[in-house]
Structures are given as structure tokens and as C-alpha cells.
Design a protein around this ligand. Structure first.
Ligand code: PMP
Length: 469
């Protein structure tokens, strides 16, 4: 049965399929971390609907919330009308926001996908400021529609200026750590202050507090605070894309909470729908310049998604799952870092909370400063080689000529793909990310137990050992 389904869908669906090409499984049942295939095999699912499932598959509180709406006879589709279900969802979202934003927040329901909400955010700041330029970052991923794609570097848009996102392992300035982040911030500041550059007055800056598709790159809190003060001083709205980082994933309810940064606009999707499609923007009320009808869309009123989302947000908040993600994430990161000591092909292990990346490298290959972080095309799978700097060139301001700078080995997409396949053989589902798809990514549900987390680490370690052999 499974073989037939796989064959028919491969023949009928677009060649653009992403996950299905790498994961030849036919899920028929799922609960928590576990997916069961039509062949009866069980898998630990660390892809979690591309980071959507904060509570894992079919959590009882989510199912109950969905059933309650179905049993109540409420309309399932309400356009943008007011309902008790929407009221409860909005209240729960506002309850979790940074207080300085919650006190004066507006919410807009945007349609089913994260990319819909990104488009709304970009249009909002352009409308509100009357300006059109946009500041975005290397390695960013914001979605697949035109505006979001341009902000991710995957489509040409002269209005977008790309700035360096801070990275440790493959710091574009060759220093990493706090100094690398400081240099990235200074680069941004100098461009904004260059009156001839023409970018000093953009409509907004959009960033991910931790880049996901770009290869799991956590931004240092100090850098985020610098971006906040640089934009605030110049009246540039700051948009935080928390589509992937939100709802406890990184160890705080929203990833901006780690730094105390209060963005002007937050883009929310994935986990806020409790596994059903839902996307919103929340933003400061003085940006709410829309005229009636200025931004619309048919599918903004999915009551099942709002109810599932309310249940998810409340469960994460009441059970302090963000704190748990922080503790468990630290433990998993610590255990996975020993892999880097044991196997030269494990170049870097990084992450925040339960958003974890393991970068595979070719230890024999000469250094590649572009590596697998910060690609101009974010997580786009077909972006190999695009957007990088010339090989071997490292820019280290203040460095004396001739000083050697250690350059990490070249990213190894073939090894990452082999690890992903070896994981699947061992009943573990993982995804790849980064510019060259050389970063193995783990996005387990926040409800993962200690034993399950240990099993995930064991299986991944075993897969790496098999590939490294
Ligand atoms: N922003 C970020 C940070 C994301 O990770 C994603 C999806 N991976 C998106 C936007 C786009 O969301 P969607 O795929 O639902 O359009």
C-alpha cells in the first residue's frame, strides 16, 4: 500500500516537493513525538511539521479544543468577523506578548501561512512610513511569496538591502563571538549613517531572532538590542519574524524575550495554530494606518485553527514549556557537542532551546568562509553557491595583513544528506537547512520527554558514526 501511494504521489505532485523527496514514508497515525507509517514502522519526529507542533502530534488538549468547536455548531469559517473563539485566541496572544507591546497592540489575521503574515508586515510598514526600502539579513528566510522571498534573498528587489547576520562558526569577519556580532552591528550602523548610501530611511528592518532555515543561527541578545536601538533612533519599524521561533521553541515564549527587545511588528504563524494553518501580525497601534479593506484575504477566519492555537498557547504558558525547552535544549546541545569532538565531519553544533543545528563539514576540504550559514537565499534548497563571497577571502577589520585567520572547513551537504538518511533508517526524522543544506536540524515538540530526548541524541549520534566511518 505504502509503495503505491509513494509512487502515485511522486508521479502526480509537482517536482518542487521538498520533504517528500527525502522522507519516503507514508504517515497514517501520529501522537506526540511519534509518527507511524503505513508499513507499521514508528519514527521519532524531530521535523514537527517544519517546527509547527509545539505540543507534538494530536495533543489531547488540542484535539479537545477542536472537538469543542465542532460540537458547538459554531461556524468553521468566519472571514474576519468577531466570534467568541477569536476573542479567546486574541486574548491569549496578547497575554503572552512583551508587555510594552501588549499595552498598545493591534492584531491582524493574515491568512493561513507564515509568508502571508510576512507580506502583511512589509506592506504595513511601507504604508505606515510612506517609504519603501527594507533592511534584511544574510541567511534570512521569510517565505516563498514575492515580498518574503525578496527579503530572504531569493528574488531580486532593489528595495532590499542585505546586512550581515552575526554568526559564530562562520563569522563573515573571521572573529565570531561578541566581537563578530559587534562588527556586524557596526557594519549596519555605518550603512544607515552613510547619507549617500540612500538606505538610511527604509520602511523597516526584518529579522529572525534565531534563523531557522538559514541553518539554525541564534543572534546574540546584545546584537538584537543594538538592532533595536539603531532602528528606534532612526524611527525605522523593527519587524521580528517569530514564525519559527515563537511559542516557547527557543526557551522563551517569544525569542525576542531573551533580549528584552520589543519589536514594532511581530510576525506569528506555525505553532500559534496548534498544527492548523493560522498566521497573524501584531504591531504597535500607531502603525495601524490601514484604510478599511487595505489588506484582506478570504481565509482569515479558521475557527478550528484559532481554538487549537488558543489551547496550545495556554498549555505552553501554564506548563512553563519554554523553560523546559531551555533546560532540555541545553542538555541536548551539550551531548551533541561531544559529537564535534569525536567526529571531524561534525563542524559545529549550535542552537537555542529546542531549535538545534548540527553542521556537517568535509574536514579534508579547504576552508569555505561562506560555509553553510548566512546564504543569500536562506533555506532555499536550490541555492548552492549563490550569494557567497569569493572563496578564501576573509574580511577582518583591524587585522594586521598576513595574520592567519582559522577558516572552518567546507560545508558538506552530501554528508548531511547521508546523516538524514541514516537517521531515517534508525527511526528518526530530521530536516536539513542552511545555504548548502549541510545543517541537520532538530525541532522536536516542547513536550518531548527526557527519555525521548536521549533516544533522539543516541540515534543521531549513531547515524553520524555510521556516516563518518
Ligand atoms: N518565516 C520564517 C522564520 C519561517 O521559518 C518560515 C517557514 N519555514 C516562514 C516565514 C514562512 O512560513 P510558511 O511556510 O508558513 O509560509
Amino acid at each position: 500500500v505504502a509503495e503505491g501511494i509513494l509512487r502515485r504521489q511522486a508521479a502526480r505532485e509537482s517536482a518542487a516537493r521538498t520533504y517528500a523527496r527525502a522522507l519516503p514514508i507514508v504517515p497514517v497515525r501520529a501522537r506526540g513525538l511519534t509518527i507511524e507509517g503505513a508499513d507499521g514502522r514508528r519514527y521519532l519526529d524531530c521535523l514537527s511539521g517544519a517546527g509547527t507542533l509545539a505540543l507534538g502530534h494530536n495533543h489531547p488538549v488540542v484535539l479537545e479544543a477542536i472537538r469543542a468547536v465542532l460540537d458547538s455548531g459554531a461556524p468553521l469559517h468566519i472571514l474576519d468577523l468577531a466570534t467568541p473563539v477569536k476573542d479567546a485566541f486574541t486574548s491569549e496572544v496578547f497575554r503572552t506578548l512583551p508587555p510594552a507591546l501588549a499595552d498598545r497592540a493591534r492584531i491582524q489575521f493574515c491568512g493561513p501561512a507564515g509568508t502571508d503574515a510576512v507580506e502583511a508586515a512589509l506592506k504595513l510598514v511601507r504604508t505606515a512610513t510612506g517609504r519603501s526600502g527594507l533592511l534584511a539579513f544574510t541567511g534570512a528566510y521569510h517565505g516563498m511569496t514575492e515580498g518574503a522571498l525578496a527579503a530572504s534573498g531569493g528574488a531580486r528587489d532593489v528595495r532590499v538591502t542585505r546586512l550581515p547576520y552575526p554568526q559564530d562558526y562562520r563569522c563573515p569577519f573571521g572573529v565570531g563571538g561578541r566581537r563578530g556580532a559587534e562588527l556586524a552591528a557596526r557594519w549596519t550602523e555605518s550603512l544607515l549613517d552613510d547619507t549617500k548610501s540612500g538606505i538610511g530611511h527604509p520602511a523597516g528592518m526584518i529579522l529572525e531572532p534565531v534563523q531557522g532555515e538559514g541553518g539554525v543561527n541564534p543572534a546574540p541578545d546584545a546584537w538584537l538590542r543594538r538592532m533595536r536601538s539603531l532602528t528606534a533612533d532612526r524611527s525605522i519599524p523593527l519587524i521580528a519574524d517569530e514564525v519559527q521561533t515563537g511559542v516557547g521553541r527557543t526557551g522563551a515564549f517569544w525569542a525576542v524575550d531573551h533580549s528584552g527587545v520589543v519589536p514594532d511588528v511581530m510576525v506569528l504563524s506555525k505553532a500559534i495554530g496548534g498544527s492548523l494553518p493560522l498566521a497573524v501580525i501584531v504591531y504597535r497601534d500607531d502603525l495601524d494606518v490601514w484604510q478599511p479593506g487595505a489588506h484582506a484575504g478570504t481565509f482569515r477566519g479558521n475557527q478550528l485553527a484559532m481554538a487549537a492555537g488558543t489551547a496550545t498557547l495556554a498549555y505552553v504558558r501554564e506548563n512553563r514549556l519554554a523553560e523546559r525547552a531551555a533546560v532540555l535544549g541545553d542538555r541536548m546541545l551539550g551531548e551533541l557537542r561531544t559529537l564535534a569532538e569525536r567526529f571531524p565531519c561534525v563542524g559545529d553544533v549550535r542552537g537555542r532551546g529546542l531549535m538545534i543545528g548540527v553542521e556537517l563539514v568535509d574536514p579534508e576540504a579547504p576552508g569555505d568562509p561562506g560555509g553553510d550559514q548566512g546564504g543569500d537565499q536562506g533555506g532555499a534548497r536550490d541555492s548552492r553557491g549563490a550569494g557567497g563571497r569569493p572563496e578564501g577571502v576573509r574580511l577582518v577589520p583591524g587585522q594586521r595583513p598576513g595574520t592567519p585567520v582559522p577558516v572552518p572547513p567546507r560545508a558538506a551537504p552530501h554528508l548531511a544528506a547521508a546523516v538524514r538518511d541514516a537517521c531515517l533508517d534508525r527511526g528518526l526524522i530530521v530536516e536539513l537547512g542552511g545555504r548548502h543544506s549541510a545543517v541537520v536540524r532538530l525541532l522536536p515538540p516542547l513536550t518531548i520527554t527526557d527519555e525521548q530526548a536521549a533516544a533522539v541524541v543516541d540515534r543521531l549520534a549513531d547515524a553520524v558514526a555510521a556516516v563518518a566511518r
